[in-house]
Design a protein around this ligand. Structure first.
Ligand code: ADP
Ligand code: MG
Length: 281
């Protein structure tokens, strides 16, 4: 069986009965490049983290996850290589937007603030330092593009496309997910600065939460004990790798493909730590 799609990190298999198997690999991207190197245990950690949150948030919104047990999947997936890294999900019509819940000012929102530009069509009020907690969390949409460079858009664009009712419902759900899971993560020593959600519609037109949620690949995690404003917080998961790449450029080029094993292993251990912190497992 071949994947119908290979993303930066995940391989998607269509098992042709309205269901997909999403396999989270050990691939990693840094500085917008997928490295040839693999991070041992990363895919398993991400799959288990998303599984944990899908279980916890069922009361807020229906989600696409059916099972992460390969015994529930076609024979092809009952191999060691897929164990703990595959998710059987309902295939949905994914809405062409990503919804990002933000509790802290960082990334593109910070750049807009610094340049005194509106962000997603809204003026940023208040005074902030880099990485400061927002007075109140917000949800901002972006388009899902194939190029990987998503575009931040006003929520009114989403309303025009999918209607006010669905847009408001998604915004409300995103806020609740972020509030509840952000609070939980904080109690485990992790600040979730922002988190990306994808939603889809099922056969009956019902709204369903899809993709992965509150993983270090889809959300921005910071260590709560190191957090302070005014400086760029270290990335919880990728900092060791990024630092190595930054410190070992040759002729101004990142040395993708030459990352030492110990850097890969250390990064793998950080994903493991993330999993343990969140799930206790
Ligand atoms: N339940 C679902 N039904 C259909 N497509 C889905 C579902 N859940 C996730 N997807 C899609 O699967 C892909 C996940 O692969 P990923 O490796 O994360 O790709 P990318 O590099 O594009 O982020 C995304 O395009 C996402 O929209
Ligand atoms: Mg993705």
């Amino acid at each position: 069986m071949n994947p119908i799609y290979s993303g930066k990190v995940r391989d998607i298999y269509d098992i042709s009965d309205g269901r997909l198997v999403i396999v989270t690999t050990d691939r990693i991207s840094a500085f917008d490049v997928v490295l040839p190197e693999k991070i041992p245990g990363k895919g398993i950690a991400l799959n288990k983290i998303a599984d944990f949150w899908f279980g916890r948030t069922r009361g807020i919104v229906k989600n696409h996850l059916i099972s992460t047990d390969t015994r529930d999947m076609p024979e092809f997936f009952r191999k060691e290589e897929f164990r703990d890294r595959a998710a059987l999900v309902r295939k949905l019509d994914i809405l062409p937007f990503e919804f990002i819940a933000r509790g802290y000012i960082f990334g593109s929102m910070w750049r807009a603030y610094e340049e005194v530009r509106p962000f997603c069509g809204t003026k940023i009020t208040g005074e902030y330092e880099l990485a400061q907690k927002l007075d109140a969390p917000i949800v901002t949409p972006s388009t899902k593009t194939d190029t990987g460079h998503d575009e931040y858009i006003p929520i009114s664009d989403v309303r025009n496309r999918i209607g006010a009712e669905l847009t408001d419902k998604i915004t409300d759900i995103s806020m609740r997910l972020y509030a509840e899971c952000g609070e939980y993560a904080l109690s485990r020593g992790i600040i979730i600065a922002d988190a990306k959600f994808e939603f889809g519609l099922d056969k009956n037109g019902e709204l369903v939460l899809a993709d992965e949620i509150f993983t270090p690949d889809s959300a921005r995690f910071w260590r709560a004990d190191e957090y302070r404003t005014g400086v760029s917080p270290a990335s919880y998961d990728k900092q060791v790798l990024r630092d190595w790449l930054q410190d070992n450029k040759k002729d101004g080029e990142y040395q993708f493909g030459n990352v030492p094993g110990e850097v890969l292993e250390k990064t793998g251990r950080i994903y493991g730590e993330c999993l343990r912190r969140i799930t206790g497992a």
